[in-house]
Design a protein around this ligand. Structure first.
Ligand code: ADP
Length: 419
């Protein structure tokens, strides 16, 4: 193992594994810290579900993952979070990054969530989603991590006990040596975290090259774009093509969506217009979970005999707000995730093996319910979303989609792409 990665959610982990695979690193994603031997791979991405758990738990789990990765040979550690910097003032990005720096005995790291291919760019420390500041994007209404400040120096400053600085675009565009000099200058000022501006993949390649000696890198999957080349230059990995096709799984395919992100809402609408679909009623779930899940299962079982089907909790912001007002933000989220996870395992018991899951937290809940331990990464379906195949028996074909990823027809594309 050369690169050891810790991802704060499952779809984020797949996104990063996808980037590394496409850039020629043989990558395996594990669900949590593996109990057995480390997989044979250039990069291992340990997927945690630590984005919205209490800070202390996120720190403990991330440090444990870091120790396991180092013990299994990782030369560099990558802490992956969302390209929209999903977090609250309590964390978990800042506290986890602080703890990983301490664990690695390092005094400096970068924070770069840029993902230009998906419209996430950073200029003067401000994160943009497409043409909007993060704080004007749909992320301002996220059910668990509403993002209402686009200035990442400020956002991370509120989460970390250390000073946060900036490597501005005028430096980044000068290339790797200038960026590395900026790191040294910031470190000399006592700054431990630097937000790094990036507008396009070329910038990320420069940032990657400048970061080859950092024990810890933090960011979105985009900043990993530049890392495989470092390892090729150092002759640690051979030249390789991207992903290989996955073994065939076959059988019916179901879409389960717990994401309320704008892109998902569009995908649900588009899919539901032409395919059988059923909404999950949070009220029904709260009053009689057994009956509600059983009814959805009976419906899905019948539909899947004829073709693909969608079950979704996805709802627009005003409906989500009403559900949260009734049950509390976390309780509502957990209740829905739990229901979708139960549906997934009940469908698996009926031999459904192909799942498209929308939502990071939702994917985490489903993958845990299916007792998946590790994923092989296949060809890309949409930027940030590869087709995956679980190891073990049975093997599941999975597309784990982070909320705002994928075009309007993503669900159909994913069902076609899954083996
Ligand atoms: P995304 O990737 O879009 O952020 P996630 O699955 O990570 O999606 O998060 C969405 C959260 O919203 C989950 O906890 C999910 O259970 C919750 N949720 C889904 N539908 C609703 C709803 N109708 N009302 C309230 N919360 C919901």
């Amino acid at each position: 193992m050369i690169l050891g990665c810790i991802a704060d959610d499952f779809t984020g982990a797949t996104d990063l594994a996808n980037t590394l695979t496409r850039r020629g690193m043989h990558t395996v994603q594990t669900i949590g810290i593996p109990k057995g031997a480390a997989p044979q791979a250039d990069a291992v991405v340990v997927a945690l579900k630590s984005r919205t758990i209490p800070v202390a738990d996120a720190v403990t789990q991330s440090v444990a993952a870091c120790r396991w990765l180092k013990a299994n040979g990782a030369r560099q550690i990558f802490f992956k979070y969302c390209s929209t910097f999903d977090s609250t003032d309590a964390g978990n990005i800042g506290p986890v990054a602080d703890a990983l720096l301490d664990e690695l005995g390092s005094g400096f790291t970068i924070a770069c969530p840029a993902f230009p291919e998906n419209g996430r760019t950073i200029y003067l420390g401000h994160l943009f989603v497409g043409g909007d500041l993060l704080s004007d994007s749909s992320m301002k209404n996220h059910p668990l991590t509403p993002m209402r400040d686009a200035n990442l120096v400020r956002v991370l400053g509120r989460q970390s006990k250390h000073k946060v600085g900036l490597v501005p675009y005028r430096t980044v565009k000068q290339g790797a040596p200038a960026i590395a000099e900026a790191y040294a200058a910031l470190q000399a000022e006592g700054i431990r975290h630097a937000i790094v501006d990036a507008l396009e993949d070329r910038d990320l390649e420069h940032i990657g090259a400048a970061s080859s000696a950092l024990p810890l890198i933090t960011g979105g999957s985009g900043v990993a774009v530049g890392l495989p080349q470092n390892y090729r230059t150092a002759r640690l990995i051979p030249k390789r093509e991207g992903a290989s096709p996955l073994d065939k799984v076959g059988g019916p395919g179901v879409v389960l969506s717990g994401s309320c992100s704008a892109a998902t809402l569009g995908q649900v609408e588009r899919f539901a217009a032409k395919h059988p679909s059923q909404a999950i009623d949070p009220q029904g779930l709260a009053s009689d979970p057994e009956k509600t899940v059983a009814a959805l299962l009976a419906w899905a079982t019948e539909q899947l005999k004829k073709g693909p089907a969608l079950i979704y909790a996805s709802a627009p912001p005003e409906k989500v707000a009403a559900v949260q007002a009734a049950f509390g933000r976390e309780k509502a989220g957990a209740m829905i995730e739990h229901a979708i996870a139960r549906l997934a395992s009940a469908l698996a018991a009926e031999r459904v093996r192909r799942f498209v899951i929308a939502g990071g937290e939702t994917s985490g809940a489903v993958v845990s319910a299916l007792k998946v331990e590790a994923l092989e990464i296949g060809p890309q379906i949409a930027p940030g979303v590869p087709a995956c195949l679980s190891y073990g028996n049975p093997r599941y074909a999975l597309a784990l989609k982070s909320g705002n990823f994928g075009g309007p027809d993503f669900f159909v594309e994913a069902l076609e792409a899954l083996p």
